[in-house]
Design a protein around this ligand. Structure first.
Ligand SMILES: NC(=O)C1=CN([C@@H]2O[C@H](COP(=O)(O)OP(=O)(O)OC[C@H]3O[C@@H](n4cnc5c(N)ncnc54)[C@H](OP(=O)(O)O)[C@@H]3O)[C@@H](O)[C@H]2O)C=CC1
Ligand SMILES: O=C1O[C@H](COP(=O)(O)O)[C@@H](O)[C@H](O)[C@H]1O
Length: 595
């Protein structure tokens, strides 16, 4: 990736000799991935090198670069140009290629939430967009469009959205006013996901709002996966930007195994360049997951310990205290391994275990993540325990079992709980078990990373700990949610004349340390997508590597119809998880009185 300081020009124009509008080998509507990074300083710009080649540009009569398109979008782009839509580009100067004006005055961002009537849109996407608006993070000119089949007016969309908007506890000033202002920027268009015509209508509406400015367009596909490709095709052919960037956020699931994931990627790439695809894993947007690299790479005390030499095991734990609750239709086709482990927990593992990246650039980080994922051993059936929750009555209340959910097929064997032991076969992590545990309908809601350190060799205080030396080892806990915290368990002396040892937590509890509310993961990720920051999104080779670790075991579980271990709703899950851990001399850190 070429990087530029504050300059918005690159030399050697691909259009310098063109005298008429023409197409080279085109890719869909990507002018460039020019962006300004919030994180790495206000004057840092980056330009994807592909946009600096002659292969995917549209040249205008004056030799300026107008757009970049895929062959499949050529027709649509030509039509737009014929319709007299000439992009507002900077005139060519000498041999420089003008990059579209990033001046806020002259550009606009249109965010289309495809599937706006759905659960995720209401629960997460619109509230996150509002929070960004409230914080002043959205560009001056922006519009939000809802798109779905349901019939709704703009007013009805606003009414629906308004019910889910909230202001941060610490920022309530002018909240109602801000909400009204935000809602006035929200519009709705009803259409089918496979209709180019309906997306053309959307395009017209978007243009009206863009009012001749450079238009940057973000499509958030908040729809079931079976309609992803139709929606991408129609959006690309009929509603992509002709003079700014076009990006698409894709929600998981990205397939259900290696083959279906590869098929999805290749279908998406018919219409999109890889750098237009923002595969979201919302766990990467969580504050404490972001903090993982900061903790590790900016504190001298951790990095030297970050290897097999000092770390005995690493545990990645996810639990929810509710069941599928209406999402059984989706869930039954995927199960907990695909829903949580193959993506959220594995992404955390990759960030935890990767080597130091060359820089904080997206590609440098993603390169390291891929490397560590590719060093991992394919998961074996022997190293997996699966469970499914069953009905349970407590305090006079009966909690339903998984198969009591009407949307779940009778007799389903889909796991709602799984534990797995994974290994990274490289020099840093050789022999260190990375244990994962994920489950629904358990006794609590929690996501955390636990790092258990080795015993102190020749510990002078061994006899003060008794026989259970595990109780004396240090443990670092990164609690992702709830009650975000980082704490380190250490041994200390109980004050007094005797010599009694105690275990205490050096505790960074976020709520106590910071009065500021922690932003929702979707806020961070949406802002990144708008800014073109790809660091927290999954690249296709990461996805391939992730699927190849889990696909064989997923196939075996299904082909052999492995019966899950049943556990009561609200319990701690199957005991099999403890046997699995014990096989690797591990004790789950979240069990026991003192956690
Ligand atoms: N909900 C969540 O918490 C999470 C969801 N996701 C993913 O996000 C995406 C959206 O999730 P969610 O909002 O729950 O999904 P929904 O099931 O609510 O679907 C979203 C919208 O898509 C349309 N739709 C639903 N089913 C179909 C269908 N069979 N054919 C055509 N259109 C359909 C409906 O809109 P209309 O009928 O108006 O067109 C619906 O409102 C999915 O990929 C999901 O896996 C990921 C993480 C969490
Ligand atoms: O991706 C998913 O995540 C949610 C849990 O997300 P959280 O941010 O609330 O922890 C999970 O409930 C859902 O099954 C899964 O698809």
């Amino acid at each position: 990736m070429a990087t530029f300081s504050s300059s918005a020009h690159v030399s050697s124009s691909p259009c310098s000799n063109s005298s008429s509008v023409g197409f080279y080998q085109q890719k869909w509507m990507r002018v460039s991935s020019l962006h300004r990074s919030r994180r790495f300083g206000p004057k840092f710009f980056s330009l994807n090198s592909k946009s600096n080649t002659h292969s995917n540009v549209v040249c205008m009569q004056d030799g300026a670069v107008a757009a970049a398109v895929t062959p499949i979008a050529k027709e649509a782009t030509l039509k737009k140009l014929k319709d007299g839509l000439s992009p507002p580009i900077t005139p060519k100067e000498s041999n420089d290629v003008p990059i579209f004006d990033i001046n806020k005055e002259k550009s606009t961002v249109s965010i289309t939430v495809v599937g706006a009537s759905g659960d995720l849109a209401k629960k997460k996407i619109f509230p996150a967009l509002f929070a960004l608006y409230y914080e002043g993070c959205l560009p001056e000119h922006f519009t939000v469009f809802g798109y779905a089949r349901s019939k709704m007016t703009d007013e009805e969309l606003r009414n629906m959205v308004s019910k889910t908007l909230t202001c941060r506890i610490d920022k309530r000033e002018n909240c109602g006013e801000k909400m009204d202002q935000f809602l006035q920027r929200c519009f709705y268009h009803s259409g089918q996901y496979d209709s180019e015509e309906h997306f053309t209508e959307l395009d017209k509406k978007l243009k009206e709002h863009e009012a001749g400015r450079v238009s940057n367009r973000l499509f958030y596909l908040s729809i079931p996966p079976n309609i992803f490709i139709d929606a991408v095709r129609c959006a690309s052919l009929s509603a992509s930007s002709v003079n700014g960037w076009t990006r698409v956020i894709v929600e998981k699931p990205f397939g259900r195994d290696s083959d279906s994931s590869a098929a999805l990627t290749s279908a998406l790439k018919q219409y999109l360049e890889e750098d237009q695809i923002f595969r979201i894993d919302h766990y990467l947007g969580k504050e404490l997951v972001e903090n993982l690299s900061v903790l590790r790479f900016s504190n001298l005390i951790f990095e030297p310990l970050w290897s097999r030499q000092y770390i005995r095991n690493v545990q990645l734990i996810f639990s929810e205290d509710f069941g599928t609750e209406g999402r059984g239709g989706y869930f039954d086709n995927y199960g907990i391994i695909r829903d949580i482990m193959q993506n959220h927990l594995l992404q955390i593992l990759a960030l935890f275990a990767m080597e130091t990246p060359v820089s904080l650039d997206a590609e440098d980080i993603r390169n390291e993540k891929v490397k560590v994922l590719r060093s991992m051993r394919t998961l074996k059936l022997d190293d997996v325990v699966v469970g499914q929750y069953k009905s349970h009555t407590r305090g006079g209340v009966t909690y339903p079992g998984y198969i009591d959910d009407k949307t779940v097929p009778k007799g389903s064997l889909t796991p709602t709980f799984a534990a797995a032991a994974l290994f990274i076969d490289n020099s840093r992590w050789d022999g260190v078990p990375f244990l994962m545990k994920a489950g629904k309908a358990l006794h609590n809601r929690r996501a955390e990373i636990r790092v258990q350190f080795r015993h102190v060799p020749g510990n002078l205080y061994n006899r003060n700990f008794g026989t259970d030396l595990d109780q004396a080892t240090n443990e670092l806990v990164i609690r992702v949610q709830p009650d975000e915290a980082i704490y380190l368990k250490i041994n200390n002396k109980v004050p007094g004349l005797g010599m009694r040892l105690d275990r205490s937590n050096l505790n960074l509890l976020y709520a106590a340390r910071y009065s500021k509310e922690i932003p929702d993961a979707y806020e961070r990720l949406l802002l990144d997508a708008i800014e073109g920051e790809r660091r927290l999104f999954i690249r296709s080779d990461e996805l391939d590597a992730a699927w190849s670790l889990f696909t064989p075991v997923l196939k075996e579980l299904e082909e052999k119809r492995i019966i899950p271990e049943y556990y009561p709703y609200g319990s701690r899950g199957p005991v099999g998880a403890h046997y699995l851990a014990a096989r690797y001399n591990v004790r789950w850190g979240d069990v026991g009185a003192e956690q």
